[in-house]
Design a protein around this ligand. Sequence first.
Ligand code: PGA
Length: 260
Amino acid sequence: MRKAIIAGNWKMHLGLREAEALLHALRASCETDVIDVVVCPPFTALAAAAKILAGSSLGLGGQDLCWEPQGAFTGAISPVMLRDVGCRYVIVGHSERRTHFGETDEIIHRKLRAALAHELIPIMCIGETRQEREQRKTFEVLTRQLAGAFRDCERWDCARVVLAYEPVWAIGTGTHATPEQAQEAHQFIRQWLVKRCGAPIGDAKRIQYGGSVTPANAASLLQQPDVDGALVGGASLKSEAFGAIVKAALDVKAAGRPAR
Ligand code: PGA
């Protein structure tokens, strides 16, 4: 039985005071051991977040990392630093990193390896653009991104990664994938993993959906047999909205999901 994981990606939002207020509110409303709940604030709020969340069930994650543990990499944050500040998770390969910062499959592969080498749980993002979907290249793109990221990875390493299917056309647009579209992509990703790593790892892999998840659509997405959580952007900046998505995941867990 896969444990659902709801993660909030705050992106480049919130000053320190606002971040602290949100973290206190989340600590009060999102504590649970039934599913995993993770917050990924900007780097500037990580130290404060670690203090506020200490002793709670909420996990802390970075939004990016460098592939090197230290060195002359102006502006970058290393996996060692993320561990040091209290992170257990790190987002890798978000489409905004691919688009705005030129991250290639090769860079993402190195970041994934670095996260794993330093015992961080990568939340690895993959997903197609609108044009790629329209050209019916979704599976081809997912295959390329998966093969690139997991190149040379041991099966055991693959097992430690959380995947996030985030169609680029759904991120920040208000247009989420339909539950059927999400299920189709998640099932494809799982089958790819089963082939690459064997059934025990593929079947146990947690695959989040991301892209305009809100309290209104969370339940229908999370009810899909291969959707094991959500990576939430905009709606993670408000405690009520994020709390409602966490509650939707708990409700789905309590009611049970249909088998595929
Ligand atoms: P969104 O972002 O929920 O605002 O669409 C999701 C993400 O980028 O992870």
